[in-house]
Write a protein that binds this ligand. Sequence first.
Ligand code: CMC
Length: 428
Amino acid sequence: MTQTPTTAQKATLTVGDQTIELPVITGTENERGVDISSLRKETGLVTVDPGYVNTGSTLSSITFIDGEKGILRYRGYPIEQLAEHSNFVETSYLLIHGELPTSEQYERFRQRLRMHSMIHEDMKHFYDGFPSSAHPMAILSAMVCSLSTYYPEAMESEEEVDLLVCRLLSKVRTIAGYSYKKSVGQPFVYPNNSLSYCANFLYMMFGLPTESYEPDPEVEKALNLLLILHADHEQNCSTSTVRMVGSSQTNLFACISAGICALWGALHGGANQRVLEQLQYIDESGGDVEKFVAAVKDKTSDQRLMGFGHRVYRNHDPRAKIIKDACHRLLNHLGVTDSYLDIAMRLEEVALNDEYFVERKLYPNVDFYSGIMYRAMGIPTNMFTVMFALGRLPGWIAHWLEMRDDSQNRIHRPRQIYTGEQLRNYPT
Ligand code: CMC
């Protein structure tokens, strides 16, 4: 349930001979922020905060993170408990609706996801226009935006919102599966609606029209876990993008498509692909982990240890620990030995004992081990960020809905400090 933040405390700001009082907003977990919304009106000043390192862009009741303590909760529930007991469909419901579903609500939600799994037959032709080498993130974002041409309906009633949200959640999975099939030149496999959400995705990825395919329940479980761990992460780059684009009142599909593009970058969701490429590079160049770590510390190069570091977590990323354990379990189950896992574990050990990483509080993040799991499942490297997007979708939707229902919401329009030329005349 959303709680009203308190504003009992005040902060005092003095600029020259003017002093003003600003309210301090305190959230339910005692997170505090100075409300500067009246600053410009009262003083003519704006705040400057490159990278929004200290900016709380909104009040939100979806996800809580304490980066110092390594805590992550969706709607109050610890990520560790959701990872152990929930599945992706239930967690999606929780994020979007704010509460865990009753058995009836769960059945109805599941049923809707099943009913809306197909994409319009005409949309299949769009894939013909993409080169087979196209990155699946580019295809995903284009196809999701294209959905708005098929579903231009307004979202007025709760029923209309619910229907469109279910369509999006279900169809994105099909779009992702088809992107993979396109890249390997295989025929598309229609969804099999007798399967669960994750099993159906695996079926569309690895099934063939000519053969029967039964997803491995352990792989399905591992996929559920990975998607749950990625499902939301409060005001990260892609979610803020979804909110930013949505603040102009454009449609849901366009906002999610923009979020997918933001996620694609190497510093955000694209890191999982880059981690695997780094592991491959280390493996192929002799496996010298120390040499690689020395290279990423070298400030003359712009190379980073991908899958390490986080803007918010300064102690550990709780998702990384869960993924590391799950990675061992999955590889054991599949009977896979992967030299990349050995390299990753050596990298982690070397980095965690290195002053450079300790001083800067850099730890493995969610992307460090997830790629090794995807690889063991047979998912190709260039699809890793698509998997992240599938997982993050309910979070994006929840934030979009929260923003849309917020009566205080205004178009997002940051200010700047201008540093260019002063007025000059055009040469005649
Ligand atoms: N390898 C080497 N040095 C690093 C790394 C890294 N992975 N991450 C940060 N640093 C250094 C950085 O060079 C800087 O050093 P100095 O103070 O000497 O200039 C210091 O640590 C602080 O880094 P920053 O770039 O100011 O930190 P940030 O909060 O702006 O960036 C980050 C956070 C995640 C983008 C960054 O840690 C990074 O680039 N990590 C690698 C990419 C990655 O794994 N991204 C996935 C993040 S988790 C999934 C998601 O939600 O997106």
